[in-house]
Design a protein around this ligand. Structure first.
Ligand SMILES: Nc1ncnc2c1ncn2[C@@H]1O[C@H](COP(=O)(O)OP(=O)(O)OP(=O)(O)O)[C@@H](O)[C@H]1O
Length: 255
């Protein structure tokens, strides 16, 4: 069995006297979609912030491939292979889809960009990767359009592509389908499911159909703690989880 790519060990995050994340221990395995679910205020986003380095932890340890990163700020964790998909606001609205992706791919090696001898080669590689991603995101029809002109669903796929362009090991997605219509949700679901061929995905998602269909493993949080962990079927049939969600949300009428 392979080793975890990302580990949280006894991670606690306090805001003053309030404990938002309470002694969480979690293994994220490579090549999986690992979802974090739980009622509002359970601590999911705070856990994401602590893993990606947006927020320092109060106690505990965070390891990427066994290496301690808890003391590193967010940008240094990006260099270790952790990438967060940012919101629509992080897109360059006047640049085309293709240019957005090429720029994100170039940002992968900022120092190499300063080396005049490497520049042409590097730009060529970034262009190739950008074009590959346009196809993978199913954005060929709008590749030359400014990103501001895309639909909401297309923009959200492009955000995921911007994270992919950095060729990270782990991609964090925080509610990637929020505000989407049914067709866009289906496209995003396919995209996330396909990501695990090349990356590891950590996903916060409120849409239980998506979570149950594409997750390899699910962590359920409640009141800052882990309530249950397991495969989708195990979570769906877990009595504690049913109670936490008042029965209906997890089962989605299927059980
Ligand atoms: N900067 C902060 N200062 C104080 N309390 C905070 C801060 N950030 C989050 N919290 C509190 O921590 C708790 C967990 O919040 P968090 O946003 O992590 O939950 P969540 O599970 O992501 O919820 P949702 O599904 O509604 O987004 C909440 O009670 C929230 O009010």
């Amino acid at each position: 069995m392979s080793a975890p790519i990302l580990q949280a060990v006894n991670v606690t995050k306090r805001y003053g006297k309030f404990t938002a994340v309470n002694n969480i221990t979690l293994d994220i395995m490579p090549g999986t979609v690992h979802s974090v679910i739980g009622p509002n205020g359970a601590g999911k986003t705070t856990l994401f912030h602590t893993l990606t380095g947006t927020t320092p932890i109060t106690e505990g340890s965070i390891r990427v491939e066994g290496e301690e990163v808890a003391h590193l700020p967010g940008y240094k964790r990006v260099q270790k292979g952790l990438a967060r998909s940012f919101q629509v606001t992080s897109l360059f609205p006047n640049l085309s889809v293709r240019e957005n992706l090429r720029l994100a791919a170039q940002g992968r090696e900022p120092l190499a960009a300063l080396n005049p001898w490497r520049r042409a080669e590097q730009i060529h590689a970034a262009c190739e990767l950008g074009d590959e991603l346009v196809a993978r995101l199913s954005l060929q029809n709008v590749a030359l359009r400014p990103s501001a002109e895309l639909s909401h669903g297309q923009q959200r796929r492009l955000e995921v592509g911007m994270a992919m362009a950095g060729q990270p090991k782990v991609i964090f997605l925080d509610e990637p389908t929020s505000g989407m219509g049914i067709d866009d949700i289906a496209d995003m679901k396919r995209l996330i499911h396909s990501l695990r061929e090349d990356y590891t995905v950590v996903l916060i998602e409120h849409n239980m159909d998506i979570v149950m269909d594409i997750s390899d493993r699910i962590t359920v949080m409640q009141l800052g703690q882990i309530l249950a962990q397991g495969k989708p079927d195990e979570i769906r049939n877990d009595e504690r989880v049913r109670r936490a969600y008042l029965g209906s949300m997890i089962t989605g009428g299927r059980a």
